[in-house]
Design a protein around this ligand. Sequence first.
Ligand SMILES: NC(=O)c1ccc[n+]([C@@H]2O[C@H](COP(=O)([O-])OP(=O)(O)OC[C@H]3O[C@@H](n4cnc5c(N)ncnc54)[C@H](OP(=O)(O)O)[C@@H]3O)[C@@H](O)[C@H]2O)c1
Length: 374
Amino acid sequence: MSGAVLAEGKRVVISELGEDPPEAIERFASLEPMPAPDPRTLGARDVIIAVRSAQVGWVDLLMTSGQYQHLPKPPYTPGLEYAGEVVWVGAACGDAIALGDEVLVDGFLAGPRSLGSYQAWGGFASYAVAPAEAVRRIPGGLSFDQACNLLGNYETAYHCLITRGRLAAGETVMIHGASGATGLAAVHIAKLVGARVIATGRAEDKLAVVRDEGADHVLGVRRPDGAPGVRELRDDVKALTGGRGVDVVYDGVGGDISAESLRCMRFGGRFLVVGWAATPGVSRGKGQRGAPNVNVLPTNLIMMKGLDVLGCPTVISTVNDPSLRPPRLAQILRWAEAGQIKPHVSHGFALADFKEAMRAKWRGEVTGGCVVRP
Ligand SMILES: NC(=O)c1ccc[n+]([C@@H]2O[C@H](COP(=O)([O-])OP(=O)(O)OC[C@H]3O[C@@H](n4cnc5c(N)ncnc54)[C@H](OP(=O)(O)O)[C@@H]3O)[C@@H](O)[C@H]2O)c1
């Protein structure tokens, strides 16, 4: 075993689940001193990472109120995905990992959403411990900020668009929430497989970035009279698709836009249920589960247009069928290594400003990724 003597650090602790993420952030989240992990308590396949950047994801927010499928047990440290520098390596880790390596950590195998004993080590902290198999060299010269925005976002986009959506070259996909972390990853992957992208969103400035990142067309969804809800999109989409409608819808937003999307689809199209950023209150807060405010889709439109509605839960599907992951991961790492995917990160904060980071994400100010830098 090897590594330097490590100084004390800091970590974010969620002491109790909130009714919703804003309550958890304001009342139950704090920055606390963190003793450096003691190598004498670690295993021979363990690695200590000095965290340089941790993604502040939508799922990180939902977990603070127990409104995500995977329920954390407070007190816990958020930060599903992080990247940093290796500062200690267990004796049985082999040659693949060395002190000083710049690495990202696989959120399936370590961190608060993982299933085993590494749940305790979230990325909103100076240090984290992960098993050797979760630690990967950062591909393609990505920065720490980009690296911690790679796997979860692009694996979600891949699972939804490719595995479930069977998106093919020459098809047109409409991507809602395209300025989001998974949404922008979906724009990138759709372009890599040769599809045409119509991206939607509420803010012109964020849509301009989405266009720069590769979307062929962007559509604002706000109503012209300023009222809440979503404007009619059908005529614009029909005009962009020769009257036909889109082949695939990637819906990470939910609520009003879902029903409007069905009117924009061709007969026999595929509607991908990815998430519901617009309606995070579908399930009860404080981890009480249930879905008192479920989203609904109009069955008449689904029936008359012969649509396939496909639920796309990446993690749950992968736990059910682990064979889904190796080809997905290999393709994403190949693209990253070749410089064909570069996560866009619009917001970065010091760890001490983690509340501001979480608020910015919650308020929808971010385009692509948001990070805290311990
Ligand atoms: N299926 C899966 O496996 C999977 C995996 C990860 C995440 N998800 C889910 O997918 C959804 C998107 O995730 P993400 O990480 O891309 O989230 P994100 O980064 O927060 O992006 C969501 C986007 O949705 C748009 N949006 C529209 N109405 C909104 C509202 N009322 N509040 C907030 N955003 C709104 C925003 O774009 P504009 O401001 O441009 O409108 C925002 O950029 C979430 O529901 C998440 O839980 C699903």
